[in-house]
Structures are given as structure tokens and as C-alpha cells.
Write a protein that binds this ligand. Structure first.
Ligand SMILES: NC(=O)c1ccc[n+]([C@@H]2O[C@H](COP(=O)([O-])OP(=O)(O)OC[C@H]3O[C@@H](n4cnc5c(N)ncnc54)[C@H](O)[C@@H]3O)[C@@H](O)[C@H]2O)c1
Ligand SMILES: [Zn+2]
Length: 355
């Protein structure tokens, strides 16, 4: 097992990474100071893993709040259902929420924890690669509104994150690739050597080789933890974690959520960002080819779907990084470096999106 600390003063917490962690009660219970636990999960993940977790928790009073599976259920109704379960079971501040699932469950359970009784403790047990390397770390919690994704939420840090590799065995190949998109992102924005490691080992990673998987999850969490501890509330550098996302969110939004997985849209978005970086001379021709090649080898789409230009731009205008109605992009400065910029012309963006 590897342990990593997210350094945020009195809100610091450990991330445990390894295989078999959900067999060892102490890892979770050492972070629980309450008598009651509410496990928040969804209909798919709970069938696979909730009995195991409940057995592990032995003497605690355990309440379950199981929400429907899907991004479309990351909404106020599901959140309200969690509050109802907590209130029906007389849960008070003597309750810890355990988020057992992918990013949807983690985000909504985290927001329930942030807002119920003005804040109760929570622990993340992420069960997708995407959630293990990204959404469970850093304290962004929230739900979608009909008018926009992740529009309601809070920064709220967990007590601990428990990443057990074993749960990844039940993920389908598409979800594995979608998670790898965020992993590639860390190499692109921060660490060229890590990018090279991914180039060498992408086939092993697609096969869920645990040794390599543990290494890349650790390094991804380490990079995210570093960025988050420098800029917890995203007033500066944290925005580079958004590489590929301005384009990616627009793709998800225009195609309709769920058509492409988030990681697939981000993979394609990172190719678009790389193209723009190439045009600026910030990536060389061979670096651009490497970016595209790795994303393609991860079984992620590299060609933009057919979306009308104006729809694409309108969707990009909803991005949270934008200021004064200008679209800010995260672009590459070489492999392993990134900047947030509006230093491009509108015709350049138009050519990119129409091209
Ligand atoms: N808070 C953040 O910083 C942050 C960062 C990135 C993404 N997100 C959010 O995360 C969400 C996406 O997360 P996701 O990709 O994990 O999606 P998800 O939570 O929808 O999970 C994907 C699918 O895999 C299933 N699943 C989960 N674990 C499984 C397992 N072990 N075995 C089999 N099936 C399993 C789920 O039931 C679901 O059908 C989005 O809502 C996004 O906004 C948040
Ligand atoms: Zn993402």
C-alpha cells in the first residue's frame, strides 16, 4: 500500500492506494470518529461492493442511501433523497458519510456531507479510475443544474480517500479508457517523464496490470494533490487541471450528456488543445504526434464529432474559466507544461473547430 498526504493545513488528509484495502477495516475505521455511517452509493456499485463494506464496518450503525446510476441523476432529487435517508434515520453530526462509487456518487455524497447540518465528515471510496485519480481528490463536490453541469456545490475536503485497485476489475473497457484520459492529462500538464512512462505502459494499463496501475494512480494523485494544495479554490494554477475540458465539456454538452463519456470528450479536447499549441509553436510537430498517438492508443477518440460551429462556441462560453465573456483555454507549453490563456485569435479558434 502507498500513502500520500494532501497538505491543506488542518484540512489535510491521506490517500491510501493499493490492492485489498477494502479487506482491512482499520484503514477506514481509523478515520471514523462517529457512531453512525451513511453509505452513499448507486444501484450498480452497491450490488457489487456494499455487502463487503458493511461486513467490514461491523459494530457501527449503518444507513444506506442508494441513488440511481448515471450523470443525469447527479441532481437535486438524488441529493434530497440522501438528506431524507439521513433524517429518517435520525442521523446527526455523529454521522460519517462514505461515498462508494464513481465521480457522480463522490461529488453528490461530498456535497451532501458539506451541506447536511452545515457539514458532517465524509470518506471517499472511489471505484472508477477517473474517480481514483481525479474527482475523489481535491474537495470539489456538487450537483448539476438543468441549466449547467456542476453549477451547485462546495469545496469540502474528505477525512480520507481509500483507493482499492481490486474494484477496477469490474469496470468495462470504455470506462477504463475514459479514466486514462485524466491520467494522460497529468503527464501533459506537469510531468514529461510521467508522459513517457504512459507511452511505454499504455497497453499494460489497458489490461489493468496492477503494478503499473498503482504507479500511475499514485503519481496522478500526487500531481493533483500538489496543485490543489497550492490553489485549493481555483483562483490560479488549479485551472490547468482543466486541459482538454473547455473543448471536452462543449462536446459533452452538444452531443447530450452520456453519448460520449467525460474522459472520451476530454481525450478529444486534449487533441484540440494540442493542435492550437502546435499552431502557436508551443508544441513541436513530433510532440503533437506523440500526444495524439498516446490518446489514440488509450482507445480514446481523437477526431472531433460533427457539431455545428456556433453550438460548439456557445457551449464553450459556459466554461467557468472565462472572464469578461472571453473564452480562456488551457494550452500546452511543451509536454509537461501548461498555461491558461486567451492569447489566440477568434479566427484561429474558428478554424480549429471547423477543421
Ligand atoms: N470533483 C471533481 O473534482 C471532479 C473531477 C472530475 C470529474 N468529476 C465528476 O465525476 C463524474 C464522472 O465520474 P465517473 O467517470 O467515475 O462516472 P460515474 O460515477 O458515472 O461512473 C461511471 C460508471 O461506472 C459504474 N461503476 C463505478 N464503479 C464501478 C466498478 N468498480 N465496477 C463497475 N462499474 C462501476 C457507475 O455505476 C457508472 O455507471 C462527473 O459527474 C464529473 O463531473 C468531478
Ligand atoms: Zn475531467
Amino acid at each position: 500500500m502507498k500513502i500520500l498526504n494532501v497538505e491543506l493545513g488542518d484540512r489535510s488528509y491521506p490517500i491510501y492506494i493499493g490492492s485489498g484495502l477494502l479487506e482491512d477495516a482499520k484503514i477506514i475505521t481509523s478515520h471514523i470518529k462517529t457512531k453512525t455511517i451513511c453509505i452513499v452509493s448507486n444501484t450498480t456499485v452497491s450490488k457489487l461492493y456494499i455487502e463487503n463494506i458493511k461486513n467490514l464496518l461491523g459494530d457501527y450503525q449503518v444507513v444506506e442511501a442508494i441513488i440511481d446510476d448515471g450523470e443525469e441523476f447527479k441532481n437535486y432529487n438524488s441529493l434530497n433523497y440522501i438528506y431524507t435517508k439521513l433524517l429518517e434515520n435520525q442521523c446527526n453530526r455523529d454521522t460519517t458519510i462514505l461515498a462508494l462509487g464513481g465521480g457522480v456518487v463522490g461529488d453528490i455524497a461530498g456535497y451532501a456531507a458539506a451541506s447536511f447540518l452545515r457539514g458532517i465528515p465524509f470518506i471517499q471510496i472511489p471505484t472508477t479510475i477517473l474517480a481514483q485519480v481525479d474527482s475523489s481528490v481535491g474537495g470539489k463536490t456538487g450537483i448539476n443544474h438543468l441549466l449547467g453541469k456542476n453549477m451547485i456545490g462546495a469545496f469540502y475536503q474528505p477525512q480520507a480517500v481509500v483507493i482499492d485497485l481490486d474494484v477496477l476489475k469490474t469496470l468495462d473497457n470504455r470506462q477504463v479508457s475514459a479514466g486514462l484520459a485524466e491520467v494522460i492529462k497529468y503527464g501533459l500538464i506537469w510531468d514529461e517523464a510521467f508522459f513517457e512512462y504512459l507511452e511505454k505502459n499504455i497497453d499494460n494499463l489497458k489490461k489493468l496490470d496492477f503494478e503499473h496501475l498503482e504507479n500511475i494512480i499514485f503519481r496522478s494523485c500526487e500531481i493533483k494533490a500538489k496543485v490543489v494544495s497550492e490553489d485549493e479554490k481555483e483562483s490560479g494554477i488549479r485551472a490547468i487541471l482543466n486541459l482538454g475540458h473547455t473543448f471536452g465539456h462543449a462536446i459533452e454538452n452538444c452531443l447530450g450528456y452520456g453519448k460520449w463519456l467525460h474522459g472520451e470528450a476530454v481525450g478529444c479536447g486534449m487533441v484540440l488543445a494540442a493542435k492550437m499549441s502546435l499552431a502557436h509553436g508551443w508544441l513541436s510537430v513530433s510532440e503533437f504526434a506523440r500526444v495524439k498517438n498516446l490518446i489514440s492508443r488509450a482507445n480514446l477518440p481523437i477526431d472531433k464529432p460533427n457539431i455545428a460551429y456556433q453550438d460548439f462556441i456557445d457551449a464553450m462560453k459556459l466554461d467557468k474559466k472565462n472572464k469578461d465573456k472571453e473564452i480562456y483555454l488551457v494550452l500546452q507549453k511543451g509536454i509537461g507544461g501548461a498555461i491558461v490563456t486567451n492569447d489566440y485569435s477568434s479566427s484561429e479558434l474558428e478554424n480549429l473547430i471547423k477543421g
